[in-house]
Design a binder for this molecule. Structure first.
Ligand code: GDP
Ligand code: GDP
Length: 455
């Protein structure tokens, strides 16, 4: 119908991806219970209304892609950071320090009804030292009478306190507009450096899998340049390494080289590092220690990669240590544990001996090519048409949802939008993904399929 057409065309226009660098990062910082998560939800609401049905978007993520007044940015949610997954309690200032370091601008949330506390003052000192733009949110100002409370926060010396009710939305538009005024267009923190066109790789994996050994191996045998990304605080350094005849940007390698072993919250910091590296990367190499069983932590890193929509290569390291028996059991383990990323290219390497390290480059190239793939709409619809006629959606409640049209909304990774006449079950969506992969490959890239139901 003409309405469908208009909808579809509008959608295609809106989702052209930016090729001009990583989105700026906004961190929402503040004490527990001041309303950070509530504010995050308020910012995300618009976006969620547009894309209601993206699989893999879970609530426990650290970073979200958000949009306000037509500008997109990465929103860093520190709500819930105080209790790490290991049950370690992080001080407010500790969290704030990490978040500020990762951010291009900070929304500092204070509970205006409580007023500034010692913890708030500690964060203010960190904010001053960072020199980053800060917008002060005086939250829980639910009505006009409470604005006097907000004005008291001028005392913090961070400029104007913006009276906001994150819960009801009051004043939230104004404060976000103020934030956009100070936010750079392109991130200096999640920087890809000068738009040098180099592909950006993150080396990831839990401690001791061999990340720094692999980095050393790659860097020692090849030419390397250390690139100190300008305008950032503490050594977020990339290394440019020439491999297979071209230069690659290995992002955030300082985090690997520094090898700080935090005693408190080590896992927590490791997953944050993973997240920041992913923000900057296009493709991730996840290292797994082949000698040990595939662990929960390995799977968590892989999930982070998939959820962030980056291309993925899985590298089993320490291959020099394997005997035949272990190799046999490893294959079984991989079949069992890594089914959900069967599509990722796999290399079996030894960072120590250099075995098969040269296979990394072709794997990276394959993954990136898939990540960049755009399937022409006509081809897509004829393929999906065949898939669907060979295996229609099951009838539910006497009705059979029909697929009206499919379009690829974006690349990096490929995201498909299916317009349907009724609800499409998760099982059928997975079936579609599997068949699309059979048809188009997408080796090394996540694929997202979302469904829009025409009412
Ligand atoms: P966080 O720990 O900083 O992420 O805080 P939350 O977003 O979880 O909010 C803590 C509590 O404050 C929740 O009960 C919220 O409903 C409440 N809250 C958040 N924003 C407001 C607000 O603007 N007004 C009022 N009255 N309550 C709020
Ligand atoms: P990271 O914490 O992931 O950076 O891991 P490291 O690179 O520091 O490696 C942890 C340990 O594993 C070190 O003792 C390395 O020498 C060892 N290691 C790393 N790669 C290999 C490998 O391919 N084979 C063997 N045998 N040991 C390795």
């Amino acid at each position: 119908t003409p309405e469908d057409r208009a909808l579809i065309e509008g959608f295609q226009e809106r989702d052209e991806e930016p090729l001009d660098g990583p989105l700026p990062v906004v961190a929402i910082v503040g004490r527990p219970n001041v309303g950070k998560s509530t504010l995050v939800n308020r910012v995300l609401r618009r976006r969620e209304a547009v894309v209601e049905d993206v699989p893999g978007v879970t609530r426990d993520r650290v970073a979200y892609e958000a949009e306000w007044a037509g500008r997109r940015f990465t929103l860093l949610d520190t709500g819930g950071w105080e209790a790490t997954p290991e049950g370690v309690f992080l001080k407010v200032a500790e969290q704030a320090e990490v978040a500020i370091e990762m951010a291009d601008a900070v929304l500092f949330v204070v509970d205006a009804m409580v007023g500034a506390t010692d913890d708030d003052e500690a964060v203010v000192r960190l904010l001053r030292r960072s020199g980053k733009p800060v917008v002060l949110v005086a939250n829980k100002v639910d009505d006009l009478h409470q604005e006097a409370e907000a004005a008291a926060l001028w005392n913090l010396g961070l400029g104007q306190p913006w009276p906001v009710s994150a819960l009801h939305g009051r004043g939230s538009g104004d404060v976000l507009d103020a934030m956009l005024d100070v936010l750079p267009e392109v991130s200096a923190v999640a920087s890809q450096g000068p738009s040098d066109g180099l592909r950006r790789v993150a080396l990831l994996g839990r401690p001791n899998v061999g990340k720094s050994s692999l980095l050393n191996k790659l860097a020692r045998e090849e030419r390397v340049v250390v690139d100190d990304v300008a305008g950032t605080t503490r050594d977020p350094v990339d290394e440019l390494i020439e491999l297979g005849g071209r230069w690659w940007r290995f992002v955030d390698t300082a985090g690997i080289r520094r090898r700080v072993h935090q005693t408190r919250g080590a896992d927590f910091y490791a997953s944050l590092r993973t997240q920041t590296a992913l923000e900057k990367a296009e493709v991730a190499v996840v290292l797994i220690d082949a000698e040990e069983s595939v662990a929960e932590q390995d799977l968590r890193v892989i999930t982070q990669v998939v959820e962030s929509g980056r291309a993925l290569v899985v590298a089993f390291n320490k291959w020099d240590l394997l005997d035949e028996e272990r190799r046999y059991y490893l294959e079984r383990e991989i079949e069992r544990e890594l089914v959900q990323v069967q599509w990722a290219p796999r290399v079996n390497i030894s960072a120590r001996t250099g075995r098969h390290v040269d296979k990394l480059v072709p794997a990276l190239e394959t993954a990136l090519e898939s990540w960049d793939t755009r399937v022409p709409t006509s081809r897509l619809n004829s393929v999906v048409g065949e898939i669907v006629s060979g295996h229609p959606h099951p009838v539910r409640g006497g009705k059979q949802p029909r697929i009206l049209f499919v379009t690829q909304a974006s690349t990096r990774p490929p995201r498909f939008v299916v317009f349907a006449s009724g609800f499409i079950e998760a099982g059928y969506r997975r079936f579609l993904e599997r068949r699309l992969r059979e048809e188009f490959g997408f080796e090394g890239s996540p694929v997202e399929i979302s469904v829009r139901v025409r009412e």
